[in-house]
Design a protein around this ligand. Sequence first.
Ligand SMILES: [Fe+2]
Ligand SMILES: [Fe+2]
Length: 328
Amino acid sequence: MYAQLVKTSRAKAPEEMSEQERAFQARIDRGEKIEPKEWMPEEYRRTLIRQIGQHAHSEIVGQLPEGNWITRAPTLQRKAILLAKVQDEAGHGLYLYCAAETLGISRDELIAMLHSGKMKYSSIFNYPTLTWADIGAVGWLVDGAAIMNQVPLQRCSYGPYARAMVRICKEESFHQRQGYDLISKMARGTPEQKAMAQDALNRFWYPSLMMFGPSDKESVHSAQSMAWRIKINTNDELRQKFVDQTVPQAHYLGLTVPDDKLAWNEDKRAYDFSEPDWEEFYAVVRGDGPCNRDRLGARVKAWEDGAWFRDGLAAHAAKTRGAKMAAE
Ligand SMILES: [Fe+2]
Ligand SMILES: [Fe+2]
């Protein structure tokens, strides 16, 4: 998701590279992993900090739309599933902050950049979850799109990021399954429940397509990231894959994808579909989505409310350090 906002310059040609950069590129081309203490171009480091930081922020902010429904889950079992899922997302955020820290930035700096708006998170989390069916749509579509993005990243060139993705992807498939299970119960329920499932699909379909970022025509900036293997597929490739996987699932559920142009194209053996409204996407990224202020406000408040606890931990650590030094 986070990949949607990452921009880097065009790929450097070999003749523009220093000896060191050429050797670095050759390692990537051989499929070697780059590890934290090894030499890397400054731009590689910066791009990864931005990408992993935005990914971490997306996991953390992504807890909010679903957290909204934990106290209103209709059964004990659904509540336990949703709690486990939201806790997983917190864990994903923490692994990813750790991965970003190996690049020489602190978690405090990353969080300060989120709170000041200097760093973004995925636009999808600026949409509200209005009904219980939305929780199904989020798991099915949003986690489904996240998996499309994240599975290839298990093969990315930066070791700590690639390894974090392995565990994250395992958990994401549980998220997607529980969402699909929830929405299928709704789709096969009473007429009112089916209408709620359809309404959730109507509202989440295009924002989910936006999660892959602007179309390749607009996003010429990803060439360098692809050469460095910190982006493996183009935005349009992943979006197409997502549509091809999700449309048959919607048909199976008896739900209608809200797109008049949606049609199977036998020549390309894939679906033709309408692009999302990119004006809306840029407005949401700029901060004018339906929930941007709420989401950021909730994160800043959580950070401020937790200050006493962080202070307590720091004071305790200082005291223990002092006592240890006195004993030595
Ligand atoms: Fe996640
Ligand atoms: Fe997830």
